[in-house]
Write a protein that binds this ligand. Structure first.
Ligand code: ZN
Length: 448
């Protein structure tokens, strides 16, 4: 039987490169095109909410589309050209077509003097404005005494806010959440990396023969998309047990982990076990109500514990929100290593069960059931421990810990923490013990 297939690093990077140069914003053709490209990997549904709808304290903005934008000299030379890089225009800029003096144009220009080769990423979603972003070098090359022709060929009209959604059904009655944001244009780590990883996580989970838990997976425009989704799915969202915000997961920095607002929720513990068993010390980022959509999902009415596994998390890298965050900054290998960590954490949740021993009075005799090495005495003896993935010694350790701790009050995550045994070894042991009638699975307790 075929299990889920991990993508290659090249496959991850190639999707990232396709998505990168699409002109995206909160709304508009770019979001729809992005979601259609993601559909080639993930069978998400493209959904929409209408402009103008009230969602809690917010209103869904009008749909923004842009065809072209430039600052040109009066003899027609484009000194700033939106067609070369989508970051050149402030997101949601209103249309402009004017000739103006540099002095009048200057307040609308944004640069990063400390990163003179970078175009910054700027938006003005909720206040009508317009502007251009350019490198400091481009700005310095402009003639301050000249007049310029300034064009932004954009439209702001009633339309829709689009998002992608997929619901995968499991058997446990417990639902987890994966959310990423699909509004950022022309930047790779923030956040085409999250869009790509969510797509392949969707594919991975869909390919599993059986899902224990249910998963709600969304690609939403940041903030307003998350708020709109919460407002339209209030009851279902209140029942979510926890989840992940996939953001900034492909940079060259160390694997980082931003805790949920609780810090010790089952989600946190699953992630910490995944890191522990991989032998990687995560760069721990405590929860703060900033960053991405966890700050919406974890607000008092919902309190969904959301965490993030990242490589070069927002705020942690110098290229954040600039044109230098490009497909050279994000590699397929980095994407793959973060994807694997997400999968390991989710697999821990998937395999988390509560078992109870059928022999609580003394340890059962493993040897007569073929579960113990036939020659006694060598187990865990100094000099005799073979360090392979699942040596007989490791297996006996896992079996012994399972028999000792599985008293019906602890789940597999508890047992893995208490025993310091690799989670997957404990799962193998649990299966063997159940097969031999030494353990029984009991109804797990909903953590929320
Ligand atoms: Zn961002």
């Amino acid at each position: 039987m075929k299990g889920p297939i991990l993508p290659s690093a090249a496959e991850l990077h190639s999707l990232l490169k396709r998505l990168y140069p699409i002109t995206r914003s909160l709304t508009g053709d770019g979001v729809r095109e992005t979601l259609r490209v993601v559909q080639e990997v993930a069978d998400l549904e493209i959904q929409e909410y209408p402009s103008g709808a009230q969602v809690y304290d917010w209103q869904i903005p009008r749909e923004w589309n842009i065809r072209d934008a430039h600052i040109s000299t009066l003899d027609g030379q484009r000194v700033v050209d939106f067609r070369r890089n989508g970051l050149h225009v402030v997101g949601y800029s209103v249309p402009v077509c004017e000739e103006m003096a540099f002095a009048d144009l200057e307040p609308h220009l944004h640069t990063l003097p400390n990163l003179p080769d970078a175009i910054p990423y700027r938006t003005s979603y909720y206040r009508e404005n317009w502007g251009f972003c350019l490198t400091q070098k481009q700005l310095e090359a402009m003639d301050r005494n000249a007049r310029y022709h300034v064009v932004i060929d954009s439209t702001l009209e009633d339309g829709v806010l689009n998002f992608g959604e997929k619901l995968l059904r499991g058997t446990s009655g417990r639902e987890f959440f994966l959310s990423t944001y699909c509004c950022h244009p022309w930047m790779a780590n923030d956040n085409q990396s999250g869009v790509v990883l969510t797509a392949f996580l969707n594919r991975y989970l869909s390919q599993k023969e059986e899902l224990h838990h249910s998963y709600r997976i969304v690609w939403v425009p940041e903030t307003i998309g998350a708020i709109s989704y919460l407002a339209h799915n209030e009851l279902a969202m209140k029942n979510l047990e926890g989840g992940f915000v996939l953001s900034c997961c492909g940079g060259p920095g160390p694997l980082a982990y931003k805790e949920t607002f609780l810090g010790d929720h089952l989600i946190d513990r699953a992630v910490k076990l995944a890191f522990r068993d991989a032998g990687i010390e995560p760069w721990l980022r405590p929860f703060a109500p900033d960053g991405s959509d966890e700050r919406q999902y974890s607000m008092p009415a919902f309190r969904i514990p959301m965490c993030t596994i990242a490589k070069d998390k927002y705020y942690d890298y110098a290229y954040y929100h600039t044109s230098l965050d490009d497909p050279d900054f994000v590699t397929g290998e980095n994407l793959l290593s973060t994807l694997k960590m997400y999968i390991d954490a989710i697999e821990i949740l998937e395999r988390n069960r509560v078992f109870k021993t059928t022999m609580p009075y003394c340890e059962p005799q493993l040897g007569k059931r073929g579960l113990y090495p036939q020659i006694g005495g060598a187990h865990n003896q100094f000099g005799n421990v073979k360090k392979c993935a699942m040596s007989i010694e490791a297996e006996v350790d896992a079996l012994t810990w399972m028999m000792f701790l599985a008293d019906g009050t602890m789940d597999m995550v508890d047992i893995a923490e208490r025993s310091a045994q690799p989670y997957s070894n404990l799962c193998v042991a649990a299966v063997k013990l159940v097969e031999n009638g030494l353990l029984e699975e009991i109804q797990e307790v909903n953590a929320r």
